[in-house]
Design a protein around this ligand. Structure first.
Ligand code: GSH
Length: 170
């Protein structure tokens, strides 16, 4: 059994920066499922500059989740963290193995979520970052909400399991 397939041990201690309801939540769930030890640092970046400043020394993007690995290396980007944890602890069964037929689909949607949807919240959380004119902000919020809804629908449609045909159910 290689080191990467061993169940988590006492050495597997992580520090997770984030807050409930943030992208740190699925990371915390994955760490719990693999049985790792987690020290959490509560930071709600969307609450303002002071909170973002608190995480800036750890993650220059001033965002959560930020995860310090047992090696001391920092990981950011929630999807990358989830993929890394799932591969690091295969016994937990969190993802299809690299040679599994569903691997491509898994990677596709793991990257799609932050690229197509999560990134839009950087603008929505503080519209003035990209749209300085307050009068123009409601339109941006409305259109980005439509875009997000469209992306969720597309994913739901395309990632759904194909329905069995009549002949397949016989
Ligand atoms: N690309 C990052 C985005 C993380 C992100 O947007 N986090 C939010 C909280 S859920 C944040 O820290 N926002 C504060 C900001 O961007 O200023 C990821 O996928 O993990």
């Amino acid at each position: 059994m290689s080191a990467s397939s061993t169940p988590s041990s006492a050495a597997d201690r992580y520090t997770l920066y984030g807050a409930p309801g943030s992208g740190a939540t699925p990371v915390h769930a994955a760490l719990t499922l693999v049985g790792a030890q987690v020290d959490t640092v509560d930071i709600a970046t969307w609450e303002g500059e002071a909170e973002r400043e608190r995480v800036s020394g750890v993650n220059p993007m001033r965002q959560v989740p930020a995860l310090v690995l047992p090696s001391g290396e920092l990981m950011t980007e929630s999807a990358a963290i989830l993929v890394w944890l799932a591969d690091r602890y295969p016994h937990a069964g969190l993802c299809p193995a690299p040679d599994h037929p569903l691997r491509a689909r898994y990677l596709r949607w793991m990257v799609y979520l932050p690229a197509a949807i999560y990134s839009l919240f950087w603008v929505r959380d503080d519209p003035s970052r990209l749209v300085p004119d307050p009068a123009a902000q409601p339109a941006m919020l409305e259109r980005s909400a439509e875009r997000i809804a469209h992306c969720w629908h597309l994913m739901a449609r395309k990632s759904a399991r194909p329905r069995p045909t009549c002949s397949a159910t016989r």
